[in-house]
Structure formats: C-alpha cells, structure tokens
Write a protein that binds this ligand. Structure first.
Ligand code: ADP
Ligand code: MG
Length: 361
C-alpha cells in the first residue's frame, strides 16, 4: 500500500531548478532512504512532504490524498531534524508531551503516553532532566520520542544521526531500525552516508542533482547500479568506458581506449541489450574486491598498469595500480600479496561475470 507519493514534482528556488520531475512511491511500513551528496535536494524533498516548503509543480499525496493545500500540522507526518530542535528550557517530559499538550489531551493520558515513549527510546527516569544535561544520543532519542507520540503515519528524518560520533551513530542506526520495524511506521530517512543507507533501508532512492537516479533495495543498488553516478557513489568502483566489439555466446569483448576486456552478458545482472550490441557504448564497473591482476597475460584481456602503492586500511589491503592513461585502479584484499611490489607492471583482468555493464545511451 502506497502511503506517500510524489508525482512529477519539480521545485525551483528562483531560477534554480533543484528538484527535477521527481517520481517516488513509498510503501506503508517501509524504511526508505533518500541518499545523495550534499546539495542534491534531499532536505527540499522532505520539507515538501512535511509541508514546510511548496512544490513548484507536480503532486504530493499522503495516504492517497493530495496535501499541497494542507498546513504542516494537518498532515499525518512528523519530522526529526539533525539539530534535535528540542526546547532547551523544558524538561524531557514536557518536550515529549508538547504535541499532546497543544492538542489539549487530558493530563492523565499524556502521562501514560509519555511513559510509553520513554520506555520505547530507553530513557525511563530521565523525565525531569533538561536537554542541556544530556548527551547527543540521548537528546536525539528525546526528539524521536517527541515526534512519535502523535502516532504519525510517516516519520521524516533529516540526517538525524549526523551530529553523533561514529560509534554512537552505528549503535543508533540499529536502534532506530528496530524501533521502526517494531512500530511498523513508515520512515523516510535522509542521509548522505551510503553505509548508513545500506545498513538501515528497505529501499534507497539515490539522488543526484535533483534527479532520481535509481530506486532499489540496498543489494540491488550495489550489485546492479543503473548509472555511472550510482556505481561511483555507492561502494567503490573501477569504471571503464568503452564500446562493445563482438559478442560470442554470453560473453562480449569490449574495446577500451587502453585495450580489450571481457564482459559476461545475458544474465539478470548484465542485460543482453546493454552488453551484446556491437559498437554500443558501455561503461564497465568492476568492484575493487573482484578486480584481479597477474604478472602474465590473461586471455581476453590486454589492459595493464603499474603498481603504485599498497596501503593497509585497517580491515584490508588496498593496492593502487596506475594504467597508462593515468586511471588509478583500486584492488582490495584481506591479505597482503607478497608477490608484487611498487613499480611492477601487471595485467588487469576479472571474472567476466563479476563485471557490471552500464549502458550509456
Ligand atoms: P541536501 O539536503 O541534499 O543537501 P538541499 O535540499 O538542502 O540539499 O538543497 C538543494 C539545493 O537547493 C541546493 O542547491 C540549495 O542551495 C538550494 N536551496 C535549498 N533551500 C533553499 C532556499 N530556501 N532558498 C534557495 N535555495 C535553496
Ligand atoms: Mg540536507
């Protein structure tokens, strides 16, 4: 069931076209993340759904009803901001109770519901504290409790963990995800952190410059990026531009400026139409963990490079290999390879079915 829909939504700030023909349907109970670099339009999209910003054209629906004419408070959505936006002079209890107090809900009922919320976010016993006396993680829990007390159908979260340090952020990611599943509330979550998006989301909408590049599950976004932008932004990738030369069975030879390589086609991973049409322009994406090299030539591959660096990055070793056109190929391995040293020339290759073909038009 669709709970939020954006249909052909555009947004201009003056002449600045920041959201472009945006189409998105969010399902009831889903954890959907808007992911993209800073300035791509994530906050603007949330603010249009919340009612803090008007769209320039298109339709926004919540539970099947158009909301453009409704004020923010009339929409069945609530927002959590990175800055918490708590009232500093009020206690935790009063902060969480605020939404019910303004609605004149009876005091006894408020007490019961605030207590439920405190339990939910594991802050029982903190009701008398002022926000100043709490850590960033605790303050964000208060903000989440305050946003949830009205039983919104949809919770909008704009980089809610952005101000927390890495360890706490990872812990809060798990907590938030659990909370969302338990309450079965739809979350529309904004982040520019791709790992965070991967860890928490049912689906991710990857946005570039106001355009929806791809909407998919985390697994599919990683394994089947549809555009160069997505391949580059999500995870790490080695990208090669070329043209299909010939196809035999399911395997294509692809000619790059720097040599010839191979690409498996015809599986779901690499659609035939993208890989098998001769002379078709194509970009090949090879993830660093499946990139291979050898001191001797490998059939079907003629690209080479020179080992520049082997860097230990904590969990793995990263080898940088510079091709003759200057492109730096990344290879990630759990163990160090003692067979190669800086300055060695190596042949680059991969298992053809590990390469992702991205059509370029
Ligand atoms: P994100 O949240 O992805 O970082 P934003 O939605 O904040 O991106 O911004 C998208 C674009 O819209 C940016 O170019 C930003 O400068 C512009 N923008 C955002 N809010 C306003 C505003 N109130 N007035 C003018 N331009 C704005
Ligand atoms: Mg933003």
């Amino acid at each position: 069931e669709r709970i939020v829909s954006l249909i052909d939504v555009d947004k201009y700030f003056g002449t600045n076209h920041v959201i472009k023909k945006f189409n998105l349907h969010v399902n009831q109970g889903e954890f959907l993340t808007l992911l993209g670099p800073s300035g791509c339009g994530k906050t603007t999209i949330l603010r249009m759904i919340a009612g803090f910003e008007d769209s320039s054209s298109g339709m926004i629906l919540v539970q099947g009803e158009r909301v453009e004419d409704k004020e923010a408070y009339e929409r069945d959505v609530n927002t959590v901001f990175q800055s918490y936006a708590l009232f500093p002079h009020m206690t935790v209890f009063d902060n969480i109770a605020y939404g019910l107090s303004v609605k004149k809900v009876p005091k006894e009922e408020i007490k019961v519901r605030v207590k439920e919320m405190l339990e939910l976010v594991q802050l029982l016993g903190f009701e008398g504290r002022k926000p100043d006396m709490m850590s960033g993680g605790q303050k964000q829990r208060v903000a989440i409790a305050r946003a949830l007390i009205n039983n919104p159908k949809v919770l909008l979260l704009d980089e809610p963990l952005g101000a927390l340090d890495l360890k706490l952020r990872k812990q809060m990611q798990i907590e938030l995800k659990r909370l969302q599943k338990k309450l079965n509330i739809t979350f529309i979550y904004v982040t520019h952190d791709q790992e965070e998006a991967m860890a928490m989301s049912d689906r991710i909408a990857v946005i570039n410059n106001g355009v929806l590049e791809q909407l998919d599950t985390p697994g599919r976004i990683y394994k089947h990026p549809k555009t160069k932008f997505v391949a580059d932004f999500i995870g790490e990738s080695n990208l090669f531009d070329g043209a299909v030369k010939e196809s035999k069975g399911a395997c294509s030879s692809v000619v790059l400026e720097t040599g010839t390589v191979r690409l498996q086609a015809g599986s779901e991973e690499i659609p035939k139409e993208a890989a098998l049409i001769p002379d078709r322009d194509i970009t090949i994406c090879v993830r660093p963990e499946v990139m291979k090299y050898s001191k001797t030539p490998v059939e079907g591959f003629t690209i080479t490079g020179v080992v520049k660096d082997v860097i230990f990055v904590g969990s793995q070793y990263r080898t940088l290999i510079v091709m003759d056109d200057g492109y730096e190929v990344k290879v990630n391995r759990v163990k160090v390879d003692k067979e190669i040293t800086e300055g060695d020339r190596v042949y680059l290759y991969w298992d053809p079915e590990d390469a992702i073909g991205i059509g370029t038009g």
